[in-house]
Write a protein that binds this ligand. Structure first.
Ligand code: HGY
Ligand code: MN
Ligand code: MN
Ligand code: MN
Length: 415
């Protein structure tokens, strides 16, 4: 470790800043953290983070996709960049560290070098992706897909629950949907994402930090069961109850997910019941299905079994089934050379041997892998709990992550 770099406060400050950003005006709701893409909380958050970026010696811009980019120039202008990133949006009633911690740790790594006036032959950048969670529009990872050049155009019809189109929401920010793809980055040497683990392996191992081997592939579906709405007085054998069919389907989806306890996970995380009243037999139900596995054939087979189970349930109950795949994300492996560097940085600073983990959670890194070699640093979180306001990390662990990232940049510069 370079003794000249003061990295004693960065980790604790990154955590404290996540806490500050956990409530209004940085959340769109006063009662919980909800920071959807292009909402007022997102705007206030970018303004706040931009201030911290400038204090850390960075020039700041918002790209055509609504991503916040801070750049710390290298020894010469226009040098290629080592990019730190994660997302600044949150799920509804989310935690304070999912995504945000990686952005703020990137700023802290740069702040440590700025304080000493140290530059590298490459630039250092931090990117805060605006849409990773897809919690406003029926999309996903639009920020990183634009930056990686994987999203060519925006569908005019994409709208949020209130009917505001993505194009209009972008226009409100002075952004032009037709220019979204211009957010594609070039001249990126590598992408590094620090993130809370969102699983309990590090906690169980008694270790603050872990490396990531790879990120699981995902499928997401929207399912509609269309039966017949009827009076609650209707005889049981006369009904075509879409909610009872859905209950059976959800149980089947859970059972299929349990068939491979090592690799596979399946989730029904959202459901909507037609008119929804105590005295109506539900005629229409919509729900989501999320399937994840590292091995592609495991995901394929689970998807086939789930579709077959839904068809069988619908046919037996006289209920029409509509099933649409709304998302397909192919997993990615972390770059082995970067992982080796990060491993050596962790061993040198945290005096631990970091385990090699698999991420069932999706990350911008899996998209950025299309653009540049990428690596991820996982940070222990309490109970592995995430997508929950109870999400929590220890300052001492975030400090360990900060030291490891600073050391990683030094080693990257020497490699
Ligand atoms: O769903 C995911 O894994 C991501 O965090 N949005
Ligand atoms: Mn998340
Ligand atoms: Mn995340
Ligand atoms: Mn009546």
């Amino acid at each position: 470790m370079n003794a000249a770099i003061d990295n004693s406060i960065g980790g604790a400050r990154a955590k404290a800043r996540c806490d500050e950003l956990g409530t209004t005006p940085y959340s769109d709701r006063p009662d919980c953290l909800f920071r959807p893409f292009l909402g007022p909380g997102h705007r206030a958050t970018l303004d706040r983070i931009a201030t911290w970026m400038r204090e850390a010696g960075m020039g700041v811009a918002i790209d055509e996709a609504g991503n916040l980019i801070g750049r710390y120039e290298g020894a010469k202008p226009e040098a290629p960049a080592l990019l730190f990133g994660s997302h600044v949006d949150s799920v509804k009633d989310g935690g304070r560290y999912d995504g945000m911690l990686g952005v703020l740790l990137g700023i802290e790594a740069i702040a440590a070098f700025h304080q000493k006036g140290k530059t590298f032959p490459f630039a250092l950048e931090v990117i805060g992706f605006g849409d990773e969670e897809g919690s406003r529009f029926p999309t996903y990872m639009m920020g990183s897909r634009a930056a990686a050049g994987c999203l060519q155009e925006i569908d005019d019809a994409v709208a949020d629950e209130e009917g505001i189109t993505l194009c209009d929401a972008l226009a409100d920010w002075g952004l032009n949907a037709a220019h979204f793809a211009r957010a594609k980055r070039s001249n990126v040497l590598a992408y590094v994402e620090a993130h809370i683990e969102q699983a309990p392996h590090l906690e169980r191992a008694g270790l603050p930090l872990g490396l990531v081997r790879g990120i699981a592939s995902q499928y997401r579906y929207r399912v509609v069961f269309q039966g017949q709405a009827a009076h609650a007085g209707t005889a049981m054998h006369e009904r075509r109850d879409a909610l009872a069919a859905s209950a059976e389907a959800i149980e089947a989806i859970e059972r299929i997910g349990q068939r491979d306890p090592i690799d596979l996970v399946t989730t029904v995380g959202w459901l909507s019941v037609g008119a929804g009243a105590p005295n109506i037999v539900p005629g229409r139900v919509e729900f989501s299905v999320d399937i994840r596995a590292v091995e592609l054939d495991v995901r394929e087979q689970a998807a086939e079994h789930i579709v077959a189970a839904l068809r069988e349930i619908g046919a037996r109950r006289g209920i029409e089934l509509e099933i649409t795949r709304t998302q397909e994300l192919t997993g990615a492996l972390c770059d082995t050379r970067l992982n080796t560097l990060l491993d050596s940085a962790i061993r040198a600073t945290a005096k631990e041997t970091p385990p090699l983990l698999v991420s069932q959670a999706g990350h911008d890194a899996m998209i950025m892998a299309h653009l540049a070699p990428m690596t991820m640093l996982f940070i222990r979180c309490a109970g592995g709990i995430s997508h929950n306001p109870a999400e929590s990390v220890e300052s001492v662990d975030v400090e360990a992550a900060h030291r490891a990232l600073v050391e990683f940049v030094e080693r990257f510069g020497e490699a």
